[in-house]
Design a protein around this ligand. Structure first.
Ligand SMILES: [Zn+2]
Length: 150
């Protein structure tokens, strides 16, 4: 069974990554021209409810390569890279979302950008707070009613 998650910045506005907020974010146009940062290829979004500012790739992030449990991804114009460390235990815990490891890594990278995480590596081990925050976010993205794509 495949669960489809809400599209992120690729198709619409991302959802605020802060727990207890989850409002739809709006493109931030005051900070960067047209909300787009040409140095990173990322768009800037701001949450109207809590003021959180995060970044989103113009397209979906892409997997560049995988080495054991490390997934290296880039955003669309290939100007920045993020490494997601995803141990097998974390992947197993995320099976309820119907995502395979690669999709999970992509979601994690997009979540990291949106959260304003500026570090290059995101480690999603089950015991870490980042993992709890990420799975909570995934849960908020899951659509309640889903049918197979046409
Ligand atoms: Zn918010």
């Amino acid at each position: 069974m495949k669960v489809t998650l809400c599209p992120s910045a690729a198709a619409g506005s991302p959802i605020c990554p802060l727990a207890l907020c989850r409002q739809e974010m709006q493109q931030e146009t005051s900070r960067y021209k047209a909300g787009y940062d040409f140095t990173t290829g990322l768009s800037c979004f701001r949450c109207p409810a809590c003021g959180h500012i995060g970044m989103a790739a113009a397209g979906r992030v892409q997997l560049v390569f995988r080495l054991a449990h490390e997934y290296v991804l880039t955003n669309d114009p290939y100007q920045s890279a993020i490494t997601v460390v995803l141990p097998a235990g974390s992947i197993a815990l995320c099976q309820t979302y119907g995502l395979d490891a690669e999709d999970l890594a992509k979601q994690a990278a997009e979540w990291a950008l949106l959260s304003g995480n500026s570090s290059d590596t995101l480690t999603l081990a089950p015991e870490r707070q980042e993992f709890l925050d990420f799975t909570d976010y995934l849960g908020s993205l899951a659509l309640p009613t889903l049918s197979d794509p046409p």
